[in-house]
Design a protein around this ligand. Structure first.
Ligand code: NI
Length: 170
């Protein structure tokens, strides 16, 4: 078990398309376990590998946050969407900042599991939001990229100030 250090906006790794996972080996399984530990330690419901500084197309999700519904999506692609809804988004890479984002209400995703096997997963509500948010991370996109440049600037600067303050207090 290991809790990995998070990387924060504006780190370059968060803004590029993640490399595909090709080796489904023991090392990958250790990374997946560490990513779940890191996500739970930070009270997140999703974590993408770029958020711990690794440019790999891999995300972990648990919308309940209790270790009972662990989802791993590797090399995921959204293959179908339906509807539209608005939901408040936040991100461990931009702590302290939130915004309402408009997205498809339902998505179907094709991905590989930790062994490399392909599967499909559908989700709406929080799971649908989480799937889209984590796949965005793998495409180098953050939730603030959906906002106007002014709003994006306000939110990212707010988060940078919060992080600076936390660092000083530690
Ligand atoms: Ni995020």
């Amino acid at each position: 078990m290991a809790i990995l250090p998070l990387v924060y906006e504006p780190a370059a790794v968060l803004k590029k398309v993640a490399e595909p996972v090709v080796d489904f080996n023991d090392e990958l399984q250790v990374l997946i376990n560490d990513m779940f530990d890191t996500m739970y330690a930070n009270n997140g419901c999703g974590l993408a590998a770029p958020q711990i500084g690794k440019s790999l197309s891999l995300s972990v999700i648990d919308t309940k946050g209790k270790g009972l519904e662990k989802i791993v999506i590797i090399n995921p692609v959204i293959i179908e969407t339906r509807g539209e809804h608005e939901m408040e988004a936040g991100c461990l890479s931009i702590p302290g900042s939130y915004a309402i984002i408009k997205r498809p209400a339902w998505v179907k995703v094709k991905a590989q599991d930790a062994t490399g096997k392909f599967f499909e997963i559908e989700g709406e509500g929080l799971l649908g939001e989480c799937l889209q948010h984590e796949i965005d991370h793998l495409n180098g996109k953050l939730f603030v990229d959906y906002l106007s440049s002014l709003k994006r600037k306000i939110l990212t600067e707010k988060s940078r100030k919060i992080r600076k303050r936390l660092k000083r207090n530690n």
